[in-house]
Design a protein around this ligand. Structure first.
Ligand SMILES: NC(=O)c1ccc[n+]([C@@H]2O[C@H](COP(=O)([O-])OP(=O)(O)OC[C@H]3O[C@@H](n4cnc5c(N)ncnc54)[C@H](OP(=O)(O)O)[C@@H]3O)[C@@H](O)[C@H]2O)c1
Length: 272
């Protein structure tokens, strides 16, 4: 009898403890749900380069407005007044000093951000190099500089932040390329330096899309349009906000089967 009672008591206590345990978790869940707007459960993370001006700044602003955490990289944060101004409005913005061709600094930043789960990396920083030159006087030193910034550095960024991209899967690696890098689209010649840098970037991202697809990383090259920036000049066709909005919408709809595509800021496929 005593044994049966003890047994019952024991069972009873087990049931009671389980009951309290369940109640506790339900309670925690309710608290979490009611404060979800304070602590977004699935805060999305973006790493972007060249965030201090032009298209990079417009994209940074757009992703912050959309509630993302943004790790914004630029060469001279102390001079990046427009970017710095955003920190008063957005607690989810972090700014880092990064010259993308300083590969030691790229790796140091990656180590610093080792626990990040990047859902998106936008390799935006770019350099056009000389504009008014012709066949016969192509500057080798400028060509090397443009290739370093537009072609080599975007891959080194992908390599350095690969583990954070994996942690954020399904994740996306975007490189801002240019229609000018399309070999099919080249009907006017010239532009040896910039064209070759973006054509090579396209080839690199195509390979990335194949290599990283099994890990659930989507890789694409996007053309931002002809945009009114320091690079695009004042006669360009669209503003940075129009370009960034288009790029944002294209990125938002990307699926695994889009990996390896070369897309315009309005979503149209571009020829290689
Ligand atoms: N604008 C267009 O019409 C157009 C068209 C097609 C493609 N794109 C591409 O879109 C991207 C953005 O262009 P944008 O028009 O916004 O250009 P932008 O106004 O000239 O800005 C270029 C950005 O890249 C940064 N950058 C350059 N070299 C760097 C380096 N070594 N390390 C770190 N950052 C560096 C610049 O930083 P600093 O301020 O420190 O120089 C700046 O933030 C580029 O990849 C460009 O090729 C632009």
């Amino acid at each position: 009898m005593n044994h049966a009672r003890l047994h019952f008591t024991f069972l009873h206590q087990t049931v009671t403890l389980k009951h309290y345990f369940n109640e506790f978790w339900l309670c925690l869940r309710r608290i979490k749900m009611s404060t979800a707007y304070l602590y977004p459960h699935s805060l999305k993370c973006l790493l972007i380069t060249g965030a201090n001006r032009g298209i990079g700044l417009a994209l940074t602003q757009l992703y912050l407005n959309a509630g993302w955490q943004v790790d914004a990289c630029c060469r001279s944060p102390e001079k990046a007044s427009d970017l710095n101004a955003l920190t008063t409005q957005f607690k989810t913005l972090n700014i880092y000093d990064l010259d993308i061709t300083d590969y030691t600094a790229v790796n140091v930043l990656s180590a610093k951000l080792f626990s990040r789960k990047f859902n998106l990396i936008i390799s935006n920083a770019g350099y056009h190099g000389p504009k008014s030159y012709k066949f016969g006087n192509v500057s080798v030193s400028e060509w090397r500089k443009v290739l370093e910034i537009n072609t080599i550095a975007p891959l080194k960024i992908a390599e350095a932040f690969y583990s954070q991209l994996l942690a954020g899967t399904p994740s996306i690696y975007v490189a801002l390329s240019s229609k000018v890098g399309s070999i099919t689209d080249n009907i006017s010649g010239g532009g040896y330096i910039y064209r070759s840098s973006k054509a090579a970037l396209n080839a690199i991202v195509k390979s990335l899309s194949i290599d990283l697809a099994p890990q659930g990383v989507i890789s694409v090259v996007l053309h931002p349009g002809w945009v009114k920036t320091e690079m695009g000049g004042p006669h360009a066709l669209i503003s940075t906000s129009t370009s960034a909005r288009g790029l944002f919408d294209v990125i938002a709809t990307l699926k695994q089967e889009d990996s390896g595509k070369f897309l315009n800021y309005d979503g149209q496929m571009l020829p290689w």
